[in-house]
Design a protein around this ligand. Structure first.
Ligand code: HEC
Length: 114
């Protein structure tokens, strides 16, 4: 019994520095690959909306809000973000986590026309 405890203690003492150093290096990694850093409306958000939303949210689709242009999407940015983050939209489809993150990042950064 005692020797098992001793082993556990030694094991835990060994784990603490390993765990701490892995935390420190994770912080560096997160800063290096910030998933929001390179997100733009034209390159990321617009294609996601075009492929997944405007079949309904367009003049032709007839569903409001209209999401066909930058002005229309940015005017509804917070609603768009919450619908996709909560996976309420798109109806009948599903965005990948990366696509949801891209939309969310873009809205958080101010829904810029970039
Ligand atoms: C198959 C048709 C369809 C598609 C595709 C679709 N929507 Fe919708 N959307 C609707 C309908 C119907 C409503 C109104 C009923 C509701 O809110 O569920 C709606 C409502 C909304 C609303 C308003 C919610 C509110 O009340 O504030 C937003 C914002 C929205 N959709 C965003 C999106 C986005 C972003 C996408 C693509 C990622 C998308 N939708 C894809 C049909 C669709």
């Amino acid at each position: 019994m005692k020797s098992i405890q001793k082993f556990e203690n030694t094991f835990l003492l060994f784990l603490i520095p390993v765990a701490m150093s892995s935390c420190l290096s994770n912080v560096d990694e997160i800063e290096e690959i910030d998933p929001c850093a390179a997100i733009t409306f034209s390159m990321h958000v617009k294609p996601i909306i075009d492929n997944n939303c405007i079949s309904c949210h367009s003049l032709e689709g007839g569903q409001s809000p209209n999401l066909e242009t930058y002005n229309a999407v940015s005017a509804n940015a917070l609603r768009v973000k919450s619908e996709v983050v909560l996976r309420e939209m798109p109806i009948g489809g599903s965005l990948t986590n990366d696509e949801i993150t891209a939309i969310s990042c873009w809205v958080d950064a101010g829904a810029l026309n970039n």
